[in-house]
Design a protein around this ligand. Structure first.
Ligand code: FPP
Length: 239
């Protein structure tokens, strides 16, 4: 089997880490860092077409982030609403299709309504597929998918003996997305924190020292270009 050398990544997923430290270094509250981080989201979305990226997935709030103070959580939820309110029209007009992954059950109904509306109003777009993970955890996603699959088996609609990895993947939040080619984590931490556990089985990882609010389109372009030098073998042997 000949494995073609990759060019740019088609799907980039990002763990946007370092907002709190960025704010702290300026003597500001953590939410100040999250607001600065939201501005970078816009810049990176705009940079995707230049880097040949068709799918961008962003980790905005994890299933573990509820452990933060009530005021930080409320501030983040309000920031997500504000982002949707401010960016919706431009995202639609720029051809961006927005999707949200994660468990919506614990989210406030107003935010869920706004998420649903944004998904609907961009559903016809295809230039860039932007997926935002809110109340998302890889283990939680696999758990929810397994529960739904088990119900289908119990109802006799799926034969248990036919279940394999492609069957389970159909029940994941990401069922319509390709696996990420490249996962970037900013801020110098080298861990995956429950992000896209299933989907990143063969992803390339890039851990960059820059804090998320300082991560520019230029950094993004550099990381995407460097990806082109990687030798992705998917368990095979390079010819
Ligand atoms: C992690 O940094 C970041 C988050 C938990 C929030 C990410 C949210 C944004 C970038 C805001 C906007 C997002 C969208 C999609 C509108 P941290 O706070 O854990 O940083 P620290 O490790 O320095 O404390």
């Amino acid at each position: 089997m000949t494995v073609q050398p990759p060019t740019g990544p088609r799907h980039v997923a990002i763990i946007m880490d370092g907002n709190g430290r960025w704010a702290q270094a300026r003597g500001k509250p953590r939410l100040f860092g999250h607001h600065a981080g939201a501005k970078r989201v816009r810049e990176i979305v705009e940079a995707c077409p230049h880097a040949g990226v068709r799918y961008l997935t962003l980790f905005a709030f994890s299933t573990e982030n509820w452990k933060r103070t009530q005021s930080e959580v409320a501030g983040l939820m309000s920031l997500f609403r504000r982002y949707i309110r401010r960016e919706a029209r431009e995202l639609r007009d720029e051809g961006v299709r927005v999707r949200f992954i994660g468990d919506r059950v614990r989210l406030e109904p107003k935010l869920v309504r706004m998420m649903d509306e944004l998904e609907l109003m961009t559903a016809h777009n295809d230039a860039l597929h932007l997926t935002i993970a809110i109340n998302y955890g890889g283990r939680d996603e696999i758990g929810r998918a397994t529960k739904r699959l088990a119900r289908e088996v119990a109802a006799g609609r799926i034969d248990a003996d036919s279940v394999d990895e492609t069957t389970l993947a159909r029940f994941l939040d990401t069922c319509v997305l390709p696996d990420p080619d490249l996962v970037i984590r900013t801020s110098g931490e080298a861990r995956i924190s429950n992000f896209l556990l299933w989907q990143s089985a063969y992803s390339e990882y890039e851990f960059v020292d820059t804090l998320w609010p300082d991560f520019t389109a230029r950094h993004f372009g550099d990381v995407c270009r460097a990806y082109g030098q990687r030798d992705r073998r998917f368990g095979a042997v390079t010819a």
